[in-house]
Write a protein that binds this ligand. Structure first.
Ligand code: FAD
Length: 283
């Protein structure tokens, strides 16, 4: 049974339906959009941000909640673990079992390295699984990484780090091919040519999708490949701290089994952080 307040709201929607159906909303001007964002969007509220005091991003403004997490005291003390008796000793430790982590694991394994993945939930319990629209890559004749760059740079209000964006647009065609070769069932026409469509802000059709479950299809393929290669995956285990060597380089991580609370030391020559983004919803 809906609450009285909700029923009132439903009635208001019903009463306005006929008028709203024929309504053609006017497009807002750029200034109107900016004013709306400034009033309501949390990223536009300067008082919700503070500059980081430590770490590689020192000086950069981040939401206060993120600053509190990044600058908090560690959950563990030095005496809780013995760094001289590692539980795992590998060439490459990958933290995070989403699309990026699994791809890195496959490539490192391909190169002959001893690899392991530690991930907070299960492999594939990740944002990658939920992506649906598709991935952009400039791989058609009327397109190029340079045009992709211009679209994405403008679409991102010129805030992107240019060297990262350059890498993204230049690598994208090869990445699509790599996923395709692994077995991702991208949408194709009857000749086997990839179908590409428009995405937000694209001046060319460069979106590659697998129906409306692109991320799930990519994750299915990557997970299969990790399993087929018998790459060890430590599930339900979160990295709490990165261990540094005497030169300050990453040399492993302290991991926690989230079911038992046990701590493990993983020693590694290379650590790859593939833990995804930091969504405001989670703060
Ligand atoms: C609903 C939705 C729709 C989307 N649609 C699209 C789309 O159409 N096209 C597109 O290009 N992008 C889309 N995205 C964005 C895209 O899915 C992500 O950018 C991408 O999947 C990120 O991949 P990742 O491997 O870096 O991170 P994730 O897939 O998030 O994987 C991170 C992994 O790290 C693990 N982890 C986190 N912290 C720790 C820790 N401390 N220790 C151990 N493990 C940890 C997590 O559990 C997770 O398994 C969408 C995202 C969402 C949520």
């Amino acid at each position: 049974m809906y609450s009285e307040q909700f029923q009132k709201s439903l009635k208001a929607v019903e009463a306005a339906r006929d008028a709203n159906t024929v309504l053609e909303p006017r497009r807002m001007t750029a200034d109107e959009k900016d004013a709306l964002l400034a009033k309501y969007h949390p990223d536009y509220k300067k008082e919700e941000f503070e500059n980081l005091l430590i770490g590689p991003n020192k000086g950069e403004p981040v939401p206060k909640e993120l600053a509190a997490v990044l600058q908090a005291h560690s959950k563990i003390k030095a005496g809780d673990v013995d760094l001289n008796a590692p539980d795992y000793d590998v060439d490459v430790l990958i933290i995070g079992g989403g699309g990026a982590g699994c791809s890195a694991a496959i490539e490192a394994d391909e190169a002959g390295a001893k690899v392991m993945i530690a991930t907070k939930l299960r492999m594939g319990d990740a944002n990658t699984m939920m992506a649906e629209g598709g991935i952009q890559a400039a791989d058609k004749e009327n397109d190029s990484p340079a045009i992709h760059f211009v679209d994405a740079y403008g679409g991102g209000h010129f805030a992107a780090k240019k060297e990262l964006l350059k890498k993204l647009v230049c690598d994208a065609p090869d990445c699509i091919q790599w996923l395709n070769d692994l077995g991702v069932e991208f949408d194709k026409d009857e000749n086997g040519t990839m179908i590409t469509t428009h995405g937000g802000g694209t001046s060319r059709k460069r979106m590659h999708a697998a129906k409306d479950y692109s991320g799930a299809e990519i994750m299915r393929t990557l997970r299969d490949e990790v399993l087929n290669r018998e790459i060890p995956v430590i599930d339900f285990t979160a990295a709490l701290e990165i261990i540094l060597d005497d030169k300050g380089n990453a040399a492993g991580a302290v991991l926690m089994n989230l079911e038992t609370g046990e701590l493990y030391v993983a020693k590694a020559k290379t650590v790859i952080l593939a833990t995804g983004g930091a969504g405001r919803m989670h703060y």
